[in-house]
Design a protein around this ligand. Structure first.
Ligand SMILES: *[C@@H]1O[C@H](CO)[C@@H](O)[C@H](O)[C@H]1NC(C)=O
Ligand SMILES: *[C@@H]1O[C@H](CO)[C@@H](O)[C@H](O)[C@H]1NC(C)=O
Ligand SMILES: *[C@@H]1O[C@H](CO)[C@@H](O)[C@H](O)[C@H]1NC(C)=O
Ligand SMILES: *[C@@H]1O[C@H](CO)[C@@H](O)[C@H](O)[C@H]1NC(C)=O
Ligand SMILES: *[C@@H]1O[C@H](CO)[C@@H](O)[C@H](O)[C@H]1NC(C)=O
Ligand SMILES: *[C@@H]1O[C@H](CO)[C@@H](O)[C@H](O)[C@H]1NC(C)=O
Length: 553
């Protein structure tokens, strides 16, 4: 009796896969998921993408093997299965970052046969172990310290290993991709173009951050598609790549989900190229699209963003703040450009900065044909129907079992104030839904700051003092202790924690955790000795201003 519905269910489950396989992957719609950002992998709208990059892994500086921080092992190993729920045909890649501080390690790795072998073997092994379909390398710059000849050799060997692993295991070959800059040559050092063409499935072009407020003393457009006055622009870069013999169908265009804020020297002069005195809003001026939108909403009474179709950029002016970013029109125009140029697709950086999937949907709409859209819809409907049937079955079977347990601190924060008290009290315990947010006991903070000693006091703001401290393992922290006389209630404190978590763009300070024991309200940040106290006070004041929701500009 049960066989008929079972058969139907199986049909429903497998039909989508068949449909997906019948349309070969031609247009790449990719995006980076930064594991240290606010967005949980389970919230990614993966139906809007064909490829997702899980970021970041590193290179171990002693063994040269692939390194995944222990706190990321679980989220990384679950990533592929998690994003497959909303898009069974999604392809995932593990992204490895070579930042400024890792560039020496990387140079040493690619310079020695045995080191290359350690990295290559371990990266392929790890990709398979965690269920990724490919590997990606980010941040390698053509500069003196990186030997481009060695990089070419490294790519040959990486591809050879991927080939032979696939032959021996019978599995589909892992994808190999890398991020390169806007132009193929920087300070007359060139990327190893031939090796990249030969060995990589494609190259992601970092088509943004051309002008930044910490460097350029004029309002620059950081990701202009064109520039009639000959400034850095994406189109000129792509042309250079093609001139160098790189094939268009191996280039994927990077789209920024962030912009930059400049402080105008003269608020009357606010066009592109106007004098600016430095960053606005955040310490380096960088702002995620989501933050830009909320900034305009909170402060920009009557401020409208202007879309300049000559450059293909948007900007807006609020007081003396001038913010440049890619809004929906710019994203659409860039995706159309990539199609017209015969590029392979686009790649967004990064997902957690999108506002309610607005930009991702715009890009998806341009990049997808009507037929593909209908197919996608059919797949979604079928998967949903199958999932609902399965779910109902599961509910019937496990009706007795209580499965809902507390989800820990983030969930707790979202609940009512009266339930603010954290359920975890150990300092080291971390929560799955917020792997980076820890709950500290009062005593551990007291010990770390030497009983809030005056030597450790970094300064005093209107909201209370900020202390420097050190955890038993040697990690340096900054503690913001809200004064008891401060009228910031638990509700506002809660807002601040979630807001700060939302602000965790690469250059902002990281909130490690909170302490709410004994009527205390303390925020614990990573202490970065090279950032000044002003920076911490600034972040705190900025948040405070945001919370007040009144124009203070
Ligand atoms: C790097 O590799 C060495 C040797 O295998 C190991 O002892 C060390 O723990 C690794 N470092 C990290 C940060 O995992
Ligand atoms: C991961 O480990 C690297 C190297 O040990 C370290 O530099 C980095 O800060 C860690 N990242 C996170 C998010 O913990
Ligand atoms: C790379 O190796 C060569 C010889 O094997 C050595 O002379 C050179 O200094 C090394 N370069 C770096 C950046 O370590
Ligand atoms: C980089 O290389 C160029 C030319 O090879 C040289 O003139 C310059 O001094 C080098 N810079 C550094 C920082 O090594
Ligand atoms: C660059 O790499 C090549 C090939 O791996 C090697 O022969 C050469 O010594 C390296 N040069 C430097 C300056 O590291
Ligand atoms: C775009 O900006 C440039 C430079 O400020 C200006 O000359 C041009 O008229 C603008 N175009 C549009 C369509 O706004």
């Amino acid at each position: 009796m049960a066989s008929k519905p079972m058969f139907l269910l199986l049909l429903l489950l497998f039909l989508p896969f068949k449909l997906q396989c019948s349309s070969p992957q031609t247009w790449i719609k990719a995006g980076y998921w930064d594991s240290s950002g606010e967005l949980p992998a389970s919230d990614i709208n993966s139906a809007l993408f064909t490829h997702l990059f899980c970021a970041f892994a590193y290179v171990n500086s002693t063994s040269y093997q692939l390194l995944i921080n222990s706190s990321k092992e679980q989220p990384f190993s679950e990533f592929t299965n998690t994003v497959k729920l909303k898009n069974p045909s999604i392809t995932t890649l593990l992204s490895i970052r070579v930042g400024k501080s890792e560039s020496t390690t990387f140079s040493l790795m690619i310079n020695q046969t045995s080191n290359r072998k350690s990295f290559i073997k371990s990266s392929v092994r790890t990709a398979r172990l965690y269920g990724f379909h490919g590997l990606d390398l980010v941040g390698v710059m053509p500069r003196n310290s990186t030997n481009m000849t060695s990089l070419g050799t490294f790519l040959d060997e990486w591809r050879a290993e991927v080939d032979s692993e696939s032959r021996n295991s019978g599995k589909t070959q892992l994808l190999l991709t890398m991020s390169f800059g806007r132009v193929p040559t920087v300070n007359s050092v060139s990327y190893p173009i031939d090796s990249a063409k030969r060995n990589l499935d494609w190259v992601n072009i970092i088509a943004y951050d051309y002008y930044v407020p910490t460097v350029d003393r004029f309002t620059g457009v950081h990701a202009a598609l064109y520039d009639p006055f000959g400034g850095a622009n994406t189109d000129a870069g792509i042309r250079e790549w093609l001139q160098r013999g790189f094939s268009a169908d191996k280039l994927v265009l990077g789209l920024p989900y962030h912009g930059f804020g400049w402080t105008l020297v003269n608020s009357g002069e606010n066009d592109i190229g106007s004098p600016a005195s430095g960053p606005a809003v955040t310490i380096d001026g960088s702002m995620g699209y989501k933050l830009i939108k909320s900034f305009i909403q909170n402060y920009g009474y009557g401020a409208e963003s202007v879309y300049n179709s000559t450059y293909v950029v948007s900007f807006c002016k609020i007081g003396s703040n001038w913010i440049n970013f890619d809004d929906v029109e710019a994203i659409k125009a860039k995706v159309s450009y990539a199609k017209a140029k015969g590029l392979l697709g686009y790649n967004v950086f990064q997902l957690s900065n999108d506002e309610n999937w607005l930009l991702s949907q715009a890009a998806y709409g341009i990049g997808t044909s009507q037929r593909e859209k209908q197919q996608q819809l059919l797949v979604i409907v079928l998967v949903t129907v199958a999932a609902v049937i399965l779910l109902m079955g599961t509910i019937v079977c496990y009706l007795q079992i209580k499965i809902f347990k507390s989800q820990g601190i983030l969930a707790t924060l979202k609940k009512s104030v009266s339930r603010m008290r954290p359920k975890i009290s150990s300092d080291e315990k971390q929560d799955n839904s917020a792997p980076n947010l820890q709950v500290f006991s009062f005593n551990s903070i007291k010990a770390a700051t030497d009983n809030f000693s005056s030597e450790n006091k970094l300064g005093q703001g209107g909201y209370g003092p900020v202390y420097k401290g050190m955890l038993p393992k040697g990690q340096q922290i900054a503690v913001k202790r809200l004064s008891k006389t401060s009228n910031q209630g638990l509700e506002e404190f809660k807002n601040e924690v979630t807001l700060t978590a939302r602000l965790q763009h690469v250059n902002l300070v990281r909130v490690m955790g909170i302490c709410t024991e004994r009527e205390e309200k303390m925020l614990i940040y990573d202490f970065m000795p090279n950032k000044s106290l002003d920076f911490y006070l600034f972040v705190a004041m900025f948040l405070q201003n945001m919370l007040r929701k009144e124009p203070t500009l």
